[in-house]
Design a protein around this ligand. Sequence first.
Ligand code: UDX
Ligand code: ADP
Length: 456
Amino acid sequence: MTKICCIGAGYVGGPTMAMIAKQCPDVQVNVVDINENRIAAWQTDELPIYEPGLLEVVQEARGRNLFFSTDVDQGIRDADIVFVSVNTPTKTFGEGAGCASDLQYWELCARRIKEVSTSDKIIVEKSTLPVRTAEAMERVLHAGDNPVHFEVLSNPEFLAEGTAIDDLHNPDRVLIGGHETETGRKAIQTLVEIYATWIPRERILTTNLWSSELSKLTANAFLAQRVSSINAISALCEATEADVAEVAHAIGTDSRIGPKFLKASIGFGGSCFKKDILNLVYLCETYGLKEPAEYWRQVVVMNEYQEKRFVTTMLHSMFNTIANKRIAVLGFAFKADTGDTRESPAIKVCRELAAEHATIVVSDPEAMENAKLEMPELADRIGFEEDPYKAAEGAHAVAVLTDWKLYKELDFRRIYDGMQKPAFLFDGRNMLDHDALFEMGFEVYSIGKGYKTHLK
Ligand code: UDX
Ligand code: ADP
């Protein structure tokens, strides 16, 4: 029986290992983490992350061939394959601060693996890492005289939160990078066979290590660039009375462009996009490639502009003052179907609103706990109210910041009746029926469609 250990039971490690365990009953999967609360939650039906369909997958395999534990050393020692899926946030200190990846958790893992291993292992990079990290890891793993052989593979994760189970079940591709040596090829083959249990062989791509590492950063940079591109156009639409949804549809029907990732929004968030682009920028700079670095940095600059522009529009349309006005923020997660608030554009928006001395009430169906932890410094300006109707009661404005489906189905007549007049509605996701809202009496602003007002 093949034994897998995954270090890191987060948004990536948890769902990925649950899927491998479900699909491969003859593979034993141990997920380990130093965070005791997280591990305890994985052992219950109150999983530590919200992800549609995840609980069913976990329930099928848990206790059969899927186990969660805080005993990291034992997990490593027993395993033939060790996935490393720990966090690699942007560095906040020292060289490359604000840009480079903080690899301390990864290196600690590598040292631990080296320390406790008594048999040969395949080490799989699951976390997104700078290109050539595998090389540094190999040095750590093979430092000194160690009879154990470690073969490092890169197997980046392309799942998106909210659709993780479907992405894992039916991925566009699985990417596995490894050395072009005999042991490298053998290790790649071992991992290919695991995925081939449920994924057609032609969708499993194998490359050299560096291509695999770079492909992950590049995929996220391209996706984020599409969002920034359409957001740049949304600003122009508002200035010219073009409609960004019509423009997106018109260009998306060109098969060379395609329809996905063209939804104008308040900006992209999530733990990956900004981090990975900055990582790419830092890599370019490290290799002396100034123009490529600036080119990619602009995707992040555009995103910050879009977040800021939204608040500026709110302020200007509400007569240049929002001090002590009640603003209901509907949605705090970085996108729908997740409780994750990391790098959510809602954080920036709330900070800017608070700087204007607004009174903010945040509502979200899944992200309330995380939202409460994001902005402790704004505690005296922010309240939390799970019920969107209560959040909007007595408000001067409602701002929709996450594309939760339930917001399309709200009774906006009821919301309008309970609000101060004029009642402002700012749609940061361009997802509501703006004509109907305007008819109801709302002052309506939407990204890339502009501002509709009854005021003269
Ligand atoms: C992303 C990648 O999609 C995934 O492949 C990778 O493994 C991890 O990073 P994720 O961060 O979960 O996944 O979310 P994603 O669906 O890509 O959305 C990122 C952000 O872009 C969200 O804030 C979303 O609201 C925004 N977005 C997306 C838009 O504003 N418009 C779009 O058209 C698409
Ligand atoms: P991601 O979105 O990449 O999955 P998360 O932050 O959700 O990131 O998960 C990473 C997990 O890795 C966390 O639960 C953290 O406790 C765990 N972790 C970090 N360093 C170590 C380590 N040295 N040993 C075990 N687990 C670790």
